[in-house]
Design a protein around this ligand. Structure first.
Ligand code: MG
Ligand code: MG
Length: 262
């Protein structure tokens, strides 16, 4: 798919259904994530949950990726393999999930804070979330792709953090990765114009240190070059006039986390 594929209102509703299933899956992960749990156990839970809902884990076998979830602890930026790594108090665990339901894709990611995290990590999580909100605010018809990237980059860099350049957001819906690319950096007023019918995965990947990343020889895992922590939040959204329609949600995850912490 070399051109931008514009979705009908009916297709947006199908992508919403897939995106909400991603959010529900991440809420299932939220129920059990914590110290002493392996990242592989989260992957198994998610794979089973998605299949039980009559859907397909979109990442499993995507270009050979072997798991349903990407799970990226601490200095891992994205595309980490679930493993026998035992989650510890103070970790940041980024969990990225995609599903295919009724042939449509949804894609969303959340960085979980495990117990008490240090001040730098807390700020990183808060700023990365704020970057996502700011990017979505600009994802309205008439804006340009560069407006979205600029908004994200400004917040991250004003807070002294690094914006990953090598990996970007993307169109989504009929395939996992469609045109256009949605960089987390850019110049205002530059790039293609956003229009209704575009569905985008906006996904700031923000490093506590410098922007540079390393690619592991496993062909997937990406870590920060300086091994400082990294955070990643992602929503699937539909471009609309005035205000984007956010098709995934964090509220299911955060309801679970609030209950756990009471
Ligand atoms: Mg994703
Ligand atoms: Mg994505």
């Amino acid at each position: 798919m070399s051109k931008i594929y514009y979705k009908s209102a009916e297709e947006v509703e199908l992508i919403r259904e897939s995106s909400m299933l991603v959010s529900k899956t991440l809420a299932e992960v939220a129920k059990v994530i914590g110290p002493g749990i392996t990242t592989m156990s989260l992957n198994k839970l998610a794979e089973t949950f998605i299949k039980d809902q009559g859907a397909v884990p979109a990442f499993l076998n995507y270009n050979g990726f072997p798991y349903a979830l990407c799970i990226s602890p601490n200095e891992q930026v994205v595309h980490g393999f679930p493993s026998d790594y035992v989650i510890q108090e103070g970790d940041l665990i980024s969990v990225d999930c995609g599903v295919i339901k009724n042939n449509y894709f949804g894609d969303s990611a959340y960085t979980f804070s495990i117990g008490e995290i240090d001040a730098e990590r807390q700020k990183l999580v808060d700023v990365t979330k704020a970057c996502l909100v700011a990017g979505i605010e600009k994802a309205v018809s008439g804006s340009r792709i560069g407006d979205v990237g600029y908004a994200i980059q400004k917040i991250a860099e004003d807070n002294g953090f690094g914006v990953v350049r090598e990996l970007v957001g993307h169109g989504v819906g009929v395939k996992l990765h469609e045109k256009p690319e949605v960089p987390n950096y850019g110049q205002r007023g530059r790039g293609i114009k956003l229009e209704e019918g575009m569905v985008l995965a906006i996904e700031p990947m923000i490093n506590a240190g410098t922007a540079g990343v390393k690619f592991w020889s496993d062909g997937w895992t990406v870590t920060s070059k300086d091994n400082k922590p990294s955070a990643h939040f992602e929503h699937t959204i539909a471009v609309k006039k005035g205000k984007a329609d956010v098709l995934s949600t964090f509220s299911l995850i955060e309801e679970v986390l609030e209950k756990k912490h009471k």
